[in-house]
Design a protein around this ligand. Structure first.
Ligand code: ADP
Ligand code: MG
Length: 282
């Protein structure tokens, strides 16, 4: 039993996410503390039916990367944009929604809930509207826990898990809701390198199942090139998308990320993006 996957969009449907009319965000506007975090942001991400897309965002610290994805998430700390319009499937974003899932660097899970309770949480909230029984939710959660490699840890609390395992919980509790948009804010930055590679593999493998549009902020250019179908390089704050690099190496399911990252074509792509990054932010 599972929630039906979102139907593939017909070509005439509005873009998955669109920023138009020069989106900007000025915090504390109209006060002496006014600070413009991002400006002149315009883009549209169309649906790629049956696949979705990976957008990797890199840029100097404080340039407004989180601000951009928080606007998509619809967090009350960030909406509305100061200028321009932020649209998800053609509708202005007025708050968070089940169609958008967020994974942070840390603390994405409830410390006082077990792994299982964390994973069932979103479905419990929407149980009536989804017409799911408690048993069905439990089964779905157990299956998701298995998929992220946490079988046997269902009744542990996040504090009893390693950082990598905690991020697996965060991924499970987000993906079980089958969001069509996944927002990840430096999700693997706190993890050691081998764990991080394992997470990259997990996210690629799971993404092939759910066909979501993914925005991932990372400070690793290698990770951006590996995961991204396109990479956006932000300028220093106030940030804007200075460069978009498309048609990168397509991430392969079931292949060891390290193996791909050793390939010559990957290294060339990485060099090209690193050069652009230096030019834009240097
Ligand atoms: P990044 O994710 O690229 O490091 P952020 O989007 O978090 O950057 O922040 C961009 C700028 O906006 C920073 O200077 C930050 O201090 C400021 N900022 C972010 N959120 C708020 C807020 N809620 N109130 C005031 N300033 C903020
Ligand atoms: Mg940030």
């Amino acid at each position: 039993m599972s929630i039906p996957a979102p139907k593939p969009a017909a070509p005439s449907l509005p873009p998955v996410v669109e920023f138009r009319g020069d989106v900007s965000k000025t915090f504390n506007a109209g006060t002496s503390k006014a600070y413009t975090a991002i400006h002149h942001i315009n883009f549209r991400i169309d649906d790629v039916p049956g696949r979705g897309e990976f957008i990797a965002i890199i840029g100097p610290s404080g340039c407004g990367k989180s601000t951009l994805i928080n606007l998509i998430a619809g967090f009350s700390t960030h909406i509305p944009a100061t200028t321009g319009e932020v649209l998800v499937r053609g509708e202005p974003v007025t708050g968070p929604g089940r169609d958008r899932g967020m994974i942070f660097q840390r603390y994405s899970s409830f410390p006082h809930r077990t792994v299982l309770q964390n994973v069932t949480f979103g479905l419990d909230i929407h149980r009536r509207e989804l017409d799911l029984t408690k048993d069905a939710i439990n089964d779905m959660a157990m299956e998701m826990i298995r998929k992220v490699g946490l079988s046997g840890h269902e009744y542990k609390y996040p504090s009893q898990l390693s950082g990598g395992m905690q991020q697996r919980v965060a991924i499970a509790r987000t993906l079980i809701l089958k969001p069509s948009i996944i927002l990840m804010d430096e999700p693997f930055s706190a993890l050691d390198e081998p764990t991080r590679i394992g997470m990259q593999k997990l996210i690629i493998d799971m993404w092939h199942d759910i066909h979501a549009t993914v925005f991932i902020i990372t400070h690793s250019i290698t990770e951006a090139v590996y995961l991204g179908d396109r990479v956006w390089i932000f300028t220093k704050g106030p940030g804007t998308i200075a460069v978009e690099i498309k048609d990168l190496i397509p991430p392969s399911q079931g292949v060891d990320p390290l193996e791909i990252q050793e390939r010559q074509e990957f290294k060339h792509a990485l060099e090209a993006v690193a050069r652009e990054f230096k030019r834009v932010t240097g």
